[in-house]
Design a protein around this ligand. Structure first.
Ligand SMILES: Nc1ncnc2c1ncn2[C@@H]1O[C@H](COP(=O)(O)OP(=O)(O)O)[C@@H](O)[C@H]1O
Ligand SMILES: [Mg+2]
Length: 264
């Protein structure tokens, strides 16, 4: 079962979203949010979804995570249907969702506690990652002592350490101030370029999408369909200052006018 009708052995997709539709009923009123959305993320690819607020990005995130069931359509991971299943995807929600009663280290290892790995090994790995995230001094502290950017880094490290290969991030930097956001984008880019996990990244920032992604899907206003799929031509590792290039600006304009035309 896939969009092209190919046998699944020929597919290279890691994640396949096949004609997903979602309608909410709110006080007796039906509202179609997602209308036959199809997209894919290949292995090791960084794909972004950019769309206006209310276009159903978080809804899609919850559908992929199995927290919601679609009205129709299929979600496949490596060719196996996972529609409505939980536990296949590592995800980082819009708000960091750290547990306040656990230390930073114990928040990070949360996703591994049921993995059967040795606790000492898991802790060592967590500490290595906290160090890389500039959080070594905070391993034994509690989340409320951390700044917004630090909490997002802890949340990201936790997602990165979970055993699932595909990571979905729902506007992880949306609540941060502009400078912290730029730092975090650079930080994420550095880490991702070493790790090359498959990522589906949800954002409403055009700059962020271009800076980080290999490909971008542009969502319409709801009922949401895909307006455009954009391939980002910049080489990896992404150089500092690519946002100043003319090619970056024209890509940004193209996405901006596509979204603007849909709104009017
Ligand atoms: N559980 C729900 N019940 C009813 N409507 C919902 C529910 N969740 C989301 N919606 C509606 O779906 C639309 C898309 O929401 P959301 O996926 O959060 O958008 P985005 O993340 O793109 O900003 C909004 O109009 C929202 O009101
Ligand atoms: Mg959202």
């Amino acid at each position: 079962m896939n969009p092209n009708g190919n046998p699944k052995s020929e597919r290279h997709d890691h994640l396949t979203i096949d004609r997903i539709s979602m309608t909410f009923s709110d006080r007796g009123r039906e509202e179609r949010v997602l209308n036959e959305i199809s997209l894919h993320v290949d292995k090791g690819e960084f794909v972004s979804i950019i769309g206006p607020s209310g276009s159903g990005k978080s809804t899609l995130f919850h559908l992929i995570g199995g927290l919601l069931k679609p009205n129709s359509g299929h979600i496949l991971l490596d060719g196996t249907e996972i529609t409505g299943d939980v536990g296949h995807i590592s995800y980082m929600p819009q708000q960091h969702a750290l547990l306040p009663w656990r230390t930073v280290r114990n928040n990070v290892i949360l996703s591994q506690e049921l993995s059967g790995r040795r606790k000492s090994e898991v802790r060592r790995e967590a500490d290595r990652w906290l160090e890389r995230a500039g959080l070594a001094d905070y391993a034994d502290r509690y989340p409320h002592l951390l700044s917004g950017g630090m909490k997002q880094r802890v949340s990201f490290v936790r997602a990165l350490l979970s055993p699932q290969e595909l990571l979905i991030l729902d506007e992880p930097f949306g609540s941060l101030d502009e400078l912290t956001r730029l730092d975090m984008q650079r930080w994420l880019l550095d880490i991702w370029e070493q790790e090359r996990r498959s990522v589906l990244f949800i954002t409403h920032s055009i700059d962020e999408a271009i800076l980080l992604s290999d490909r971008i899907y542009v969502f319409s206003e709801k009922p949401t369909h895909i307006l455009k799929e954009v391939k980002v031509p910049f080489e990896r590792p992404r150089k500092e200052g690519i946002s100043l290039l003319a090619e970056f600006a024209s890509l940004k304009q193209d996405i901006y006018f596509t979204m603007k035309a849909d709104r009017s």
